[in-house]
Design a protein around this ligand. Structure first.
Ligand code: GDP
Ligand code: GDP
Length: 439
């Protein structure tokens, strides 16, 4: 399901990250927290009144600029990025400082979009200060909402307003008996070459259909009787329309593509390996519960001996620790080496994602697990696992009912997850393990 994207723009120090963190606290669904994934993030999945959305702090994306008028240049880019990619834009200003020239410049850009823009006047810490909000009517962007991100005042009102502005038909045209593939990775790793190599292999290309996002063109093809849709991450075939370093720009494109995909092909370039940007996007795919295959492209450029791929795999497992389950494919879009394996692997991962395990089988697994490795205890109280059941697929989600969730240790959850994988595979898919207490 495609989730709306909300972008926060604004000058430095108006309180964007403070607001971002407040939303984080309001997040309802808590699954496993994987270390290393959640730190330093520029995006966050949030939920408000049953609406799920992805919040992006455009200030956290390091945009390049050329020194002069640094802040303003970077804010202009933030605004353009938001206009291109977000469904709702929150323009945050500082009620204590009052309206500044930079704010007006940004408003000027934002007034030229038809996307909803909500002005949030932050640092309105008490009702006394409410008068400070009015000045921001001058921005010409509608009714400003006064909030205090630090004290969580009116943050709910702002969220209500955000949710009200979500597009209504985001996932109307998504067909469900098909496998949707997003090909993601940094510029120049070979994504378009790989896509062309894939599509060049005597596959029936059904049609180019307009995707859910305004300007994405998806490609459908068939293999046997399986339907596939390759989600366009634009820039793949078109040049980015806005003047912005392609690398930063590609982040939002990729997040959007991941949202719409069943299986993500994370493309790396063999000579370059894994970068920070790769980690962030892979982390997003992981947290979104998508299937994932790591394609190490340009394998033709690597001098190999019999241990090269083994060493490579170890490095990748080190760098992308949370993606232990993702198969790694060494390929070359240029020589077509192993390109023919991609589609079968995608099918396989999609099946793994949709696998259901019967409750009786799961409980045998729990019994075995507990006898090998007794559950942890704390202050004389031991964790008891009553039973486990699979609540969902894509990704497989397991509910574990226990006497006291506080007693469940992260390492024990890991152990259970490993047991599940040893017994059933679940290759290429993250698993959600959710612990529930029972009175
Ligand atoms: P960002 O650069 O826009 O992400 O701003 P930050 O979130 O880092 O906040 C900048 C400063 O403003 C920090 O010192 C915050 O503590 C402060 N701040 C943020 N929200 C509020 C608020 O609601 N009221 C007040 N008084 N200060 C705030
Ligand atoms: P994208 O920006 O990720 O879509 O990357 P492109 O598909 O445009 O490829 C970037 C460059 O890498 C081009 O010059 C390609 O010819 C080259 N390239 C792509 N795949 C391979 C490969 O498997 N081996 C080699 N040697 N070069 C490749």
């Amino acid at each position: 399901m495609a989730k709306p994207i909300v972008a926060i723009v604004g000058r430095p120090n108006v309180g964007k990250s403070t607001f971002f963190n407040q939303i984080g606290k309001k997040r309802v669904s808590i699954v496993e927290d994987f270390p290393g994934v959640t730190r330093d993030r520029i995006y966050m999945d949030a939920e408000w009144l049953n609406h799920q959305f992805t919040m992006i702090d455009t200030g956290g994306i390091e945009l390049e600029n050329d020194g002069e008028g640094k802040i303003l240049a970077s804010m202009r880019q933030q605004a353009r990025l938001a206009i291109e990619e977000a469904d709702v834009i929150v323009f945050m200003v500082d009620g204590r400082t009052g309206l500044t020239h930079d704010d007006e410049e940004i408003a000027h850009i934002l007034r030229n979009t038809r996307k909803p823009v909500i002005v949030a006047v932050n640092k309105i810490d008490s009702p006394k200060q409410h008068m400070d909000v009015f000045e921001f009517y001058n921005l010409g962007l509608g009714d400003p909402i006064g909030i205090s991100a630090a004290n969580a005042l009116n943050v709910g009102d702002l969220l209500d307003e955000i949710v009200k502005n979500f597009p209504k038909d985001l996932d109307d045209d998504i067909e469900h008996d098909e496998i949707r593939i997003a090909v993601i990775g940094r510029p120049n790793v070979g994504k378009s070459s790989l896509v062309n190599a894939l599509l060049g292999q005597e596959r029936v290309i059904v049609s180019d259909v307009a995707g859910t996002t305004r300007d994405a063109i998806d490609t459908q093809f068939e293999d046997g009787d399986t339907h596939f849709t390759l989600i366009d991450t634009a820039g793949m075939r078109r040049k980015a329309k806005i003047d912005m370093p392609v690398e930063r720009y590609s982040v939002m494109r990729s997040l959007r593509a991941v949202d719409r995909a069943d299986v993500v092909l994370m493309v790396l370039s063999a000579p370059e390996g894994v970068t920070e940007q790769d980690k962030k996007i892979a982390g997003y795919a992981h947290e979104s519960g998508k299937g994932c295959i790591i394609v190490v492209n340009k394998w033709d450029l690597i001098k190999k001996d019999d241990k090269t791929s083994l060493r490579y795999t170890e490095d990748i497992r080190d760098e992308l620790g949370f993606l232990q389950y993702a198969p790694v494919l060494y390929a070359s879009a240029l020589t077509k080496q192993r390109v023919h394996r991609v589609v079968d692997l995608v099918k396989y991962v999609a099946e793994q994602q949709a696998m259901r395990v019967q409750t009786s089988v799961l409980n045998q697994l729990v019994l075995d697990a507990v006898s090998i490795n007794p559950p942890p205890s704390h202050k004389g109280k031991q964790l008891k696992i009553y039973f486990m059941t699979q609540a969902d697929i894509k990704p497989p989600k397991f509910l574990i009912f226990v006497n006291d969730p506080e007693l469940m240790h992260f390492s024990y959850l890991r152990f259970l997850e490993n047991r599940l994988r040893e017994s059933f595979g679940f290759e290429g898919t993250p698993l959600k393990l959710i612990v529930r207490g029972r009175k």
